[in-house]
Ligand binder design. Sequence first.
Ligand SMILES: [Zn+2]
Length: 432
Amino acid sequence: MKTLKLFLSALVLSCAIFAQQPAQPAQSQHVVIHAGHMLDVKAGRMLDNVTVVIDGDKISSVSSGGGGSQSENQAGARVINLPNATLLPGLIDAHTHLTFDPNFGYQELGVSIPKEALIGAKNARITLEAGFTTVRNVGARGYTDIALRDAINEGMIPGPRIMASGPALSITGGHCDQNLLPYEWHAKSDGAADGVEGVQHKVREIIKYGADVIKVCATGGVLSKGDDPRASQYTLEEMKAIVADAHRLGRKVAAHAHGAQGIAWATEAGVDSIEHGSYIDDAGIALMKKNGTYLVPTLYLADWMRENAARIGLPAMYATKMKEVTAVSRQNIKKAFNAGVRIAFGTDAAVYPHGLNAHEFAVYVQIGMTPIQAIQTATVNAADLLGWSKIGSIENGNFADIIAVNGDPLKDVTLLQDPVMVMKGGTVYKQK
Ligand SMILES: [Zn+2]
C-alpha cells in the first residue's frame, strides 16, 4: 500500500511536470496571412489577393480578391505578408520511412532501435521543412514510428502529422522479413507472420502497440535479399484475414506490391492502397478501378538511384532488381493513371535522402498528369486515402497546415521543392 501511494504521488508529480510543457513551440493564437495567390486545390483554380485567418491550430476564414476580413485588425494578431507567394495546403506523402536513412544491405544491421528513433527525429524535421505537414509512415522497426508520432504530437520535437504503421506484416523470408543473416542468428522481423491465425494475431498485436494503419508486404521487393519483386508472397486467404481484422478494428491497409498477381490479390482482399504497383497489368487496373483502391507510385527514386547507386555502393543483389523494376514501372503506372486509377502521392523517402520528397511531382507530370492533378495527389487525394478530413485543403475549420512557394506551381511544379514558408497547426516552422 505504501509503495502504491509513493508510486501514485510520483505519477501525479510527473503529470504536473508534463502539464507545464507547451503543446506547440511558440504557438500563436491569432495569425493573419496576406498572400498574392492561393491555390484552391479542390476546384483547381488560382485565387488572388488572399487573406487567411488562423485561430489556434485551425483556419477560421479565407477570403480573396482583396476583400480581407476585419479580424486582421484584431489586437495581438501576427501578420505574415507574402505578396509574391502562392499558398497551398501542407503537402501529404503517403509513403515514407522516416526512421530509415539510405543504409543498404549489411550496413543496416549496424543501426540499433534507439538510433533508429533518433534518425526518425532528424528526418521528421527535414520532411516538415520540405513542406510535408503530414506523412503516412509505412514500416519501421521496434515501433519507433509510433514513438516518433507521439513525441511530435506532444510537442517534444518538430515534425509532420504522422499516420504510423509500426512493423510491416511479412511472410517468413518475405520482403519485409530480415533475410540478411544465416540460420544460426535466428533473425526475424517484428512483423513476420504466417497463416490465417498467425496474421490475425500479428494485426492485433501491431494495433495493440499503437498502429494507425496496417502495412503488409504482398509481394517480393527490391531492397531485400533473396526474393523476387514479381512473386506474390501472402496468399489471398491470408490477405483477406489481414484486411478483415484491420478494417474491423478501424485501420486501413497499405499493401506493398510490385508483381501483378500480388496487386490483384491485395486489391481483391480489399486493401485501401497498393504501394509501388510496378508490374500492374490490365486485370489489376480493372480491379483497382472497380474497388476504388488507391495506387501510391514511388517513381522519383528510380531517377535518384540511376544517378547515385554506384556512388552510395548499392549492393549488387539489389542493384540488378532495381534496374529491372524501374525499367517498366513508369510505363505501367502511366497506363494505370490514364485508365483512371486513383493516385495518391508517395515517395518511399529513405531509399533516397529525406527532404527530396517534392521531386516526385515532376515525374507525375512527365507521365501525363497536369500540374493540378499532380498537386491533388499530395493534397485532396492523399487526405482521402488517409481518411483525415481536416487536412489537404485550405478552408474554414481545417488544420492550419499551409505552405507558400514563390511563383506559380501550376506553371512549374518544381517550385514545390523549395517552399518559402511552412506552417503546421498554426505554427510557422520555416520562413525564408
Ligand atoms: Zn517503402
